[in-house]
Design a protein around this ligand. Sequence first.
Ligand code: FEO
Length: 392
Amino acid sequence: MKAREIKTNIHWVGAIDWDRRLFDALIPLPDGTSYNAYLVQGSEKVALIDTANPSMTHVLMANLEDVPVIDYVIANHAEQDHSGSIPRVLAKYPKAKVVTTPKGQDLLMALLLVPEDRFITVNDGETLSLGNKTLEFIHAPWVHWPETMLTYLREDKILFPCDLFGSHLATTDLYVVDEGQVYEAAKRYFAEIMMPFRTSIEKHLEKLSSYKIDIIAPSHGPMYDKPSFILEAYRSWVFGSPKNTVVLPYISMHGSTQKMVEYFVGALADRGVTVKQFNLAATDIGKLAMALVDAATLVIGTPTVLVGPHPNVAYAAFLANALRPKLQFVSIIGSYGWGSKAVEQLAGMIPNLKAEVLAPVLSKGYPREEDFQALDKLANTITEKHKERGFA
Ligand code: FEO
């Protein structure tokens, strides 16, 4: 994809990665992604905002082929999908300086071996004049690394927030066209990348409310020419109450846990509770993360393997703990043969979830009437707790 004009002297010069299917060797990318970089040409100076993943450096450099001078490379974030092409850009433009936060300098020197004399560090609120255009730097730590900042182009009211508000979505659309598709991709992105840092994002959203923003130009996915679309989505994900929803990741080896899950999902549905069920033998972990964004309760279903939970279930519990969703209640259902420490071990794996633990239900072997009664009781408890808290 060639450079594309956003406004006079402001161009998208990034790269679209249609084929990437995994990020950080961890996160599924069902729809690919993009590494957006932006060229801002002022009357006196030229700035490149963010770069591209190293695998796409050639695309970025092709887009800069006819650009004779770059004075500043704005590094909003040091992660390599945005900073990885900086060494190549600095090699082509020997007078260019990298503009970043002090922590950004430290990380870029460590990760990419950029020499110290190539940096200008900026404080929160500091500005950089390009002549007729002014860049303002807004420190925004922990979206999602400690060094992150946002860049605001004052005259054109464009916010360049790098990862914040982004979506892993490969598309030829410069701006959001299909809101439903982008909402899903942005929510997946929030769940996987941003959710653990809700407290920081809450502060940044409040800070941004004093800025007039016409365009949000993130460094993944399409731009927002109606910023309220993504700002309102973020507000609901960050500030909104949990929903009357149970997320149920599980696995079953010989059918006992499967039977309990089937019964329990039916019992919750009969009581008007929405359930999102994920068989961990074949699930998109990103969809599980998305479901956790607004669920009130997590119920983990596991058989017993070598006295503990099934390893796939342990992985899901580890993930939920790391993502720190706004869950209010947690429980465990499952089965065992001759003995189990699955409940104790799972409970010990989720200390970050500040949730009330509801009495678990474990059956010895295939579930029987008393196990189904216990599942009904747990379904009643969850239903009542959701009602008490007003979760709709
Ligand atoms: Fe898109 Fe944190 O990098």
